[in-house]
Design a protein around this ligand. Structure first.
Ligand SMILES: *[C@@H]1O[C@H](CO)[C@@H](O)[C@H](O)[C@H]1NC(C)=O
Ligand SMILES: *[C@@H]1O[C@H](CO)[C@@H](O)[C@H](O)[C@H]1NC(C)=O
Ligand SMILES: *[C@@H]1O[C@H](CO)[C@@H](O)[C@H](O)[C@H]1NC(C)=O
Ligand SMILES: *[C@@H]1O[C@H](CO)[C@@H](O)[C@H](O)[C@H]1NC(C)=O
Ligand SMILES: *[C@@H]1O[C@H](CO)[C@@H](O)[C@H](O)[C@H]1NC(C)=O
Ligand SMILES: *[C@@H]1O[C@H](CO)[C@@H](O)[C@H](O)[C@H]1NC(C)=O
Length: 528
């Protein structure tokens, strides 16, 4: 398969070839070469080192300062820490005024990143977060039969693109234009996974549909010899076989000026600190676009009015208006000002879900039909408060009332979700999820995938060098600069019982809340 940049341009009409940045080749070596300084007195250095170690262990000083201290290692009798391995970074190499090719300097295996090539990869040796369990569930329809070429081809009907990995290289065949640049950032995400775990992804091909709602209906595949096509998308529901995959916004949502998830997490962490929970507005907050779904229009009926106070404060988000005003209102880190935040799905799952849960206000989660990949690991009363879909206003009023009476508990629920987002859903685990999902998927293959005739090779350079504006800067920000040094977390084994227990536990705590809610309204009505 030859790289074909002309084809590349046709394929990605949304890329432009102007504004190419010329990055210096090679790579910034980290850390900078150690400087041997002449030492006046050992004592001073020793004290300095001690202070430094205290600062480092308290997390105040970035570890990159380590190089300074490494030359004094011989006298650091108290230090047990080995010198961190020297790690190379591999920034983008864009050729000015020339077609950008996929450079071949990036390591082909994780062992190549450190200067010591014989050093084996260190094991993370931790269990994956609970939501990884669902990888097996999503792939269960093909567990017995495996995946054949015919099945994959049948998934093409609604796919926006086919993604192929052969010998560690990525190829894409584009079929139709997606909404905004969803396809571009999804492809970008998989390319970053390949930089994160180079040489560790098996040969595979997958069909990806970037639209909102699942389309592989279970009821169409009940009979014998009817095998569903494996189709990847951002969400699914309990009646569908679509395989869920992280959405584009983890690498940034350029059209809405929402930064890559790794950066947003940092911003929200800061935002959470800004107002103490108890000092926040004691109402339920929501800001969004109500036009996308009837259930959202229904929610707006619960806004505070002269007649009713359902303990909510609801606002309409107009992205066009936001754009004009420079996205001042939509700063995610500035939205943790209320004790409670409402989540409601839109036409399908909503990208806003993770930003709402990351805020350490308690999430009031309106029962949803659609699930993304991580929400299945979260539980009512532990990470959020369940809200009825068919009686939102009464349900919300009770939830806020309960929270204001049980502030410690409400605060704990908000913090648990926030910690889940910061820890279990940090980018390292998003890559681990993609890694395990694609690995398990590839294990099911009954044939050896080959590069299709219509496909072009893609890499970070062929995408980012041709991008411009916010698209380009989000790619630069979310670029994986070097392979990870640790192996993926340990995938929990296939355990249908554990899954059904989890489902039962969720249903039971939701029922519990509904019972409290009924009692509350019965008592109120009795009084009147
Ligand atoms: C960036 O690219 C888009 C489409 O790819 C194009 O419409 C837009 O004019 C470009 N902007 C600049 C500043 O070059
Ligand atoms: C483009 O790259 C080719 C080789 O990859 C080189 O021979 C040629 O001089 C380059 N052209 C420019 C304008 O840099
Ligand atoms: C390291 O990368 C080089 C090419 O850059 C490759 O030839 C070599 O086999 C790689 N080493 C390992 C251990 O994969
Ligand atoms: C490189 O790593 C191997 C395995 O961990 C170790 O035995 C060896 O001493 C290391 N070499 C250097 C120069 O650090
Ligand atoms: C909801 O009520 C608040 C307070 O009165 C108001 O500022 C806001 O605009 C209302 N939201 C909608 C969508 O009408
Ligand atoms: C909260 O406390 C008030 C005052 O004690 C009480 O009237 C109300 O029913 C309580 N609400 C809930 C949901 O516990």
């Amino acid at each position: 398969m030859k790289r074909n940049n002309k084809k590349n341009h046709q394929l990605y009409g949304f890329f432009t070839s102007v504004g190419l940045h010329n990055y210096p080749g090679g790579g910034r070596n980290w850390p900078p070469s150690s400087k041997k300084k002449s030492v006046a007195t050992t004592t001073i250095i020793f004290l300095f080192s001690l202070i430094f170690i205290v600062l480092v262990s308290a997390g105040w000083i970035d570890a990159s300062f380590f190089s300074v201290i490494s030359s004094y290692k011989s006298i650091l009798v108290v230090s047990e820490k080995p010198t961190p391995p020297q790690k190379s970074e591999f920034p983008l190499i864009c050729n000015k005024g020339n077609a950008t090719k996929c450079p071949r300097n990036y390591p082909t295996s994780s062992y190549n990143t450190t200067l010591n090539l014989s050093r084996p990869m260190t094991s993370k040796n931790v269990a994956c977060p609970s939501y990884f369990r669902w990888i097996h569930e999503d792939l269960r329809p093909w567990k017995e039969t495996g995946i054949t070429k015919d099945m994959v081809e049948r998934a093409r009907r609604s796919a926006h693109f086919r993604f192929v990995i052969v010998d560690g290289k990525a190829y894409v065949e584009k079929y139709r234009q997606s909404i905004q640049t969803r396809d571009m950032f999804s492809i970008w995400g998989i390319l970053q996974l390949m930089r994160y775990y180079p040489g560790r992804l098996p040969d595979l091909e997958l069909m990806f549909d970037c639209d909102d709602r699942p389309v592989v209906r279970q009821k169409d595949f009940r009979g014998p010899n009817t095998h569903p096509p494996p189709l990847f998308r951002y969400c699914s529901d309990q009646w569908s076989f679509d395989i869920v995959f992280p959405d584009w916004s983890f690498w940034g949502w350029a059209e809405c000026n929402i930064k890559p998830w790794g950066d947003v997490l940092g911003d929200i962490r800061e935002g959470n600190k800004r107002t103490k929970w108890k000092e926040r507005v004691p109402y339920a907050y929501w800001r969004g676009n109500p036009i996308v779904a009837p259930t959202r229009k229904d929610l707006l009926k619960c806004n505070v009015s002269q007649k009713n106070d359902w303990n909510t404060r609801l606002y309409i988000q107009s992205w066009d208006e936001e754009k004009k005003q420079g996205y001042k209102q939509s700063n995610l880190q500035d939205q943790c000002t209320h004790r409670y935040k409402i989540y409601t799905e839109g036409w399908a799952w909503s990208v806003s879900e993770k930003y709402i849960l990351a805020c350490d206000s308690m999430t009031l989660y309106i029962r949803s039909r659609f699930h993304n990949f991580y929400i299945r690991g979260m539980e009512p009363l532990q990470h959020y408060w369940p809200i009825r879909e068919n009686s939102k206003c009464t349900s919300l009023k009770f939830a806020v009332d309960w929270g204001n009476n049980h502030t410690e508990k409400a605060q704990a629920i908000g913090e648990a979700a926030s910690n889940f987002m910061q820890e279990d859903l940090k980018m390292d685990y998003v890559y681990d999820y993609m890694f395990h999902l694609l690995n398990e998927y590839a294990k099911l293959f009954k044939y050896k995938p080959t590069v299709p005739a219509g496909a072009v090779e893609l890499c970070a350079e062929t995408m980012a060098c041709l991008a411009n504006g916010t698209w380009k800067s989000f790619m630069e920000e979310s670029l994986v600069k070097s392979p990870t040094e640790t192996s993926p977390c340990n995938l929990p084994p296939y355990d249908p019982q554990a899954v059904s227990q989890l489902v039962e536990r969720k249903a039971s705590s939701t029922r519990q809340v509904e019972t409290w809610e009924n009692e509350y309204w019965q008592n109120l009505n009795k009084k009147h």
